[in-house]
Design a binder for this molecule. Structure first.
Ligand SMILES: [Fe+2]
Ligand SMILES: [Fe+2]
Length: 386
């Protein structure tokens, strides 16, 4: 399905989008309808001055970029800015120089190196965003700036800077189906669906304040007190959220690579995409180490994924290498690949949808969603020109 078809699948109308309540799917549909309306104006109309900019490098044909290349890179820059914002929140609280000892201790129950990995992942995302915007500028294209939307509240817990945020990590619905998907021989691009490994609804992935999770609380395994259980469930949620974000990046970059025209842009996309896969692989391993706990506030349960009735091919925690799966079409042998990798399942619009369903943008205004969706629709519309 093309981006236009994707958008047109919903009847055209515009409406007010509210993300403070639970009607995420309804809010999403309204955003897509508005995009369908803008699509009718043509991409240049939808994107403004940046879309009108067809950056070329007359002196070096091999590095000339097309309008589609610019659209791909602009959406990826936006996605990296979003990633950087959420990773910075994790880093402030749980990174190697993080400021919340109890959160750090709970994360280290998944792996002693978690703070280092969080800090390095944060650095990577910031480098991706900065590079993509600098490259766009070097080609005469408009970089992406989402600073005006940094208005969401920070955590009040010790360690969090009190600054405006782009993303919400304080009440997430984390899709954990990536865990069962990568253990399956089926492929979402061929219509397969996958169960959640853990059902995580309306759960913080960072500590909210110091009253329910005092920052000096010891975090033994198993956690001995209610505050320790709460903090461990928050850290376990973060562990699954890390992998959710990075598997999305792995699929997005794979999908965008197929649309690049310039070999240099293709080099950028596959080279950054490789690090997203690297991130995902690490977080996939760590999520399986989530501590068995029940959150005393939300009743969220992290069970033993290796014990009956779980365990086996679908849940065993050390099965972190991607299982060979169906790929491209019937009749071909199973192949161990990134999945999904189609525009419908893993394109730019699909990425925004996944972020939205994650409640990552809860509290953001219509203008933010319109800005992000304009970039996404343009990226999905890009076509490889040979
Ligand atoms: Fe990235
Ligand atoms: Fe990433």
């Amino acid at each position: 399905m093309t981006a236009e078809e994707h958008a047109s699948a919903n009847p055209s109308s515009t409406g007010c989008v509210t993300r403070s309540g639970g009607d995420i799917e309804g809010a999403w549909r309204r955003v897509v309808r508005r995009r369908a309306f803008l699509g009718g104006l043509g991409l240049a109309g939808a994107m403004g001055p940046a879309a009108a900019l067809l950056a070329t490098d007359a002196g070096a044909a091999s590095t000339a970029v097309t309008r589609g290349d610019v659209a791909i890179l602009r959406f990826l820059a936006a996605a990296e800015i979003v990633e950087s914002d959420l990773w910075q929140q994790y880093n402030e609280l749980g990174g190697v120089n993080g400021g919340n000892p109890s959160y750090i201790a709970a994360l280290q129950n998944l792996d002693g190196d978690m703070p280092q990995y969080i800090s390095d992942n944060t650095d990577d995302e910031m480098s991706h965003a900065a590079f993509l915007n600098a490259y766009l500028a070097s080609k005469g294209a408009q970089p992406v700036n989402l600073d005006r939307f940094r208005r969401l509240p920070s955590s009040r817990a010790t360690g969090a800077r009190q600054v405006g945020r782009l993303t919400n990590l304080q009440h997430l619905d984390v899709d954990t189906s990536w865990y069962t998907r990568y253990r399956s021989a089926e492929n979402p691009d061929l219509g397969a669906n996958f169960p959640q490994a853990i059902t995580i609804r309306n759960q913080p992935a960072i500590p909210l304040n110091d009253s329910e999770t005092p920052p000096g609380t010891p975090q033994p395994v198993p956690p001995a007190t209610a505050p320790a259980r709460r903090m461990q469930a928050i850290a376990d949620t973060a562990g699954f959220h890390f992998a959710f974000i990075e598997q999305g990046g792995s699929s997005l970059y794979t999908t965008m690579a197929l649309k690049c025209s310039s070999l240099e842009v293709l080099r950028i996309v596959v080279s950054i995409g490789g690090t997203e896969v690297n991130h995902f692989a690490v977080w996939h391993d760590k999520a399986g180490n989530a501590v068995v706990v029940t959150d005393p506030v939300t009743n969220l349960k992290f069970p033993d994924l290796n014990a009956a009735p779980l365990g086996g091919e679908t849940f065993q925690t050390n099965l972190i290498m991607p299982e060979p799966c169906d790929f491209l079409r019937e009749g071909l042998p199973e192949c161990s690949v990134i999945r999904p990798s189609t525009v419908a399942d893993a394109g730019a619009v699909a990425a925004v949808r996944a972020f939205t369903n994650d409640r990552l943008f809860e509290g953001q205004p219509d203008e933010f969603m319109d800005t992000l969706m304009a970039l996404a629709v343009a990226a999905d519309a890009a076509r490889r020109e040979t």
